[in-house]
Design a protein around this ligand. Sequence first.
Ligand code: ATP
Ligand code: LTN
Length: 333
Amino acid sequence: MINDKKVLFSGMQATGTLTLGNYAGALKNWVQLSDQYQCFYSVVDLHSITIRRDPADLRKRARDLLALYIAAGLDPKKNCIYYQSHVSAHAELAWILNCFTYMGELNRMTQFKDKSRKHQDNINAGLFTYPVLMAADILLYQADVVPVGLDQMQHLELTRDIAQRFNKIYGDVFTVPEPYVGKAGANIKSLQEPDKKMSKSDENPNASIYLTDDPDTVMRKCKRAVTDSGSEILYRDDKPGIRNLIDIYCAMTGKTPGETEKEFEGKGYGQFKEAVGESVVAQLRPLQERFAQVSADKAYLSGIIKENGEKASYFATKTLRKVQQKIGFPARP
Ligand code: ATP
Ligand code: LTN
């Protein structure tokens, strides 16, 4: 608890341009939860270097992502919005937790398997221990709740296992976090292959709607989205294309799949796709406008980065010192 509020932690990688999946599955929920909790939202740039990055590009994307958090509606005076690389406790706790995590556990992580298939020329140890760094992120702030999309559930389960394992040996050091998966948008799929998740690293630009897409591009991508045989708007497993578009529509409008089926009863795919596109455009337009404003104010952003980096360090270091003391590292005179 901080100031009588439960603690929330989440983060995103500064890789690629964020997609509607990232927005609907994570960022949108963050904004909704931000009044209720004491929140830490990190730009997890340490996580980004498991894949080779151009330094200037990484720096720019990290800054854009931080500005996007603010543009999406997170107030940086109330929420701690910061760069992971500015708080060295993340890397230090990750090392310690590496010694409490088994190879067998990490071998089972599906994200590791997917990413090593994609980057066969660079299957580095960081990619393998990535979930341990994620556990360190969460446990450092004694987070009670972690909002993520469904694809991150396995990492969160591992975080809970590591925390419980550590607590069993050393007493109640870590809060064991609960996942928070939003009702709508937790699992947005690719517009071209609706059995795969929408991902910012997809090579086919028509598969994902990017948060930077202009209205014409959004409409075009929605119209071209792969749909199923038949013509009815039904939320069914055997209609993955339409089901995905219903998920997007619900995430944008707050409606339920049942309400959407009723709304489009007797109407065709064309009309529905048009409505989906419009619902996305209506969400993205104000976001893009605010993003342009926030990004332009360099002095404001620098102030936020400094202030919040120090705040995050304060809380993180508190946990790290406790862990070091429990483990038996010598006290600092
Ligand atoms: P990459 O393609 O680089 O692996 P990604 O698009 O999968 O990236 P992440 O940075 O791994 O995105 O995820 C950021 C957040 O967005 C996480 O909380 C994740 O659960 C959520 N998220 C990612 N993709 C989706 C999706 N398709 N639907 C819902 N939530 C998603
Ligand atoms: N692994 C996550 C990003 C991430 C994260 C975290 C999410 C890193 N640390 C801590 C929640 C809490 C991803 O790839 N989406």
